[in-house]
Design a protein around this ligand. Structure first.
Ligand code: AVJ
Length: 323
């Protein structure tokens, strides 16, 4: 029998259930009400997102994959030139880990550190990955890095390649995005960043990507209410809400909201929130960038942008930056 490693799973005490429930309750009580998009990602939410990535309307995942397919060798070579051989690969919001796994052959990482808020989904993905790569040192970190990204120093014992694919950076408004990217630079220990960024494009394409014909995105958005019910002990009834997605031109972002179909009141231990008919709960921002704007954001966070790759239509970009 060959020796096989087991993925190690570390859970941050920071990702403390009570703190997250208090954060959700504070957002619900605010006017207008808002809840962080991180509350999409219980196990079902992670699965629904995975299904969204297969939709015709949802172009980001396949467009980013096509960029990696077309330029994979150049991207890996340029990244390794910054980190040195056999880097630690840090994957932020790893989810199914599929994007990182496709980079393993070219990068030959010495360790794969996968960070995600949905711990159980991450654990399942890592167990499957460990079977495919029995000799690779795999570490799962259950963490909410939206508050603060800080990796256990023993995991990054040399220049790391930080991977932040899928344009998840779009969930952060420019200020918060700069702060997270600054923390990512500190976490890279002199290495590099490979990050996927969704670009500004015609509004009908953007709105369709967040409001698909099958209603998967609507289900993904409504599932946040079920997740809150479990985390907070609230009594939201998803049938009382409708999914909204709209482009906010001034802020260059697609916004998702849940809109109350009727007057209602949600209650949870220690609080309640009444919603008028038509009132909204803001659940997500998906900020869209120009290549110039994103290069400037990287610089603001102390990164040195090296180069970026896009698809033919200029819909999505993959940026490489040096710490
Ligand atoms: C995982 C944050 C990149 O904003 O496109 C998909 C999440 N929301 N459909 C995105 C999402 C609605 C997705 N990210």
């Amino acid at each position: 029998m060959p020796t096989t490693l087991q993925p190690r799973l570390l859970q941050r005490p920071l990702t403390n259930a009570a703190a997250q429930a208090a954060e959700a309750a504070a957002g619900l009580r605010a006017h207008p009400a808002r809840v962080s998009p991180k509350f999409f990602y219980d196990t079902l939410g992670s699965r629904l997102f995975e299904a969204i990535t297969a939709l015709d309307e949802y172009y980001p995942t396949r467009t980013e994959a096509a960029i990696h397919h077309a330029h994979g060798a150049a991207i890996a070579q340029a990244a390794l030139a910054l980190t040195g051989p056999a880097p630690v690969l840090v994957d932020l919001g790893a989810g199914s880990c599929a994007k990182a796994a496709r980079l393993f052959p070219a990068l030959q990482p010495r360790r794969y550190v996968a960070v995600d808020i949905a711990v159980e989904y991450l654990q399942d993905a890592l167990q499957a990955l460990q079977r495919l790569h029995p000799q690779l040192d795999i570490v799962g970190l259950g963490d909410d890095f939206s508050a603060r990204l800080q990796l256990p120093p023993e995991l990054v014992d040399g220049p790391a390649l930080v991977l932040y694919p899928g344009s998840s950076i779009g969930n952060f408004e420019p200020e918060a995005a700069a702060a997270l990217l600054t923390q990512a630079r500190e976490a890279a220990a002199g290495g590099a960043l490979l990050i996927g960024v969704d670009l500004v494009k015609p509004v009908p394409l953007l709105e369709a990507a967040y409001d698909d014909a099958l209603g998967l995105t609507a289900a993904f958005n409504l599932n946040l209410l079920r997740h809150l019910n479990r985390r907070l002990g609230s009594d939201f009834e998803p049938r009382q809400w409708r999914h909204l997605a709209r482009w906010n031109a001034a802020a260059s972002r697609v916004e998702m909201h849940l809109q109350a179909r009727e007057a209602l009141c949600a209650r949870w231990p220690g609080g309640e929130r009444a919603f008028a008919a038509g009132e909204t709960l803001h659940t997500e921002n998906a900020c869209k960038w120009t290549p110039e704007g994103f290069a400037a954001l990287l610089q603001r966070a102390g990164w040195r942008p090296q180069q970026h790759w896009t698809d033919e239509q200029g819909w999505f970009a993959v940026f490489l930056a040096a710490a």
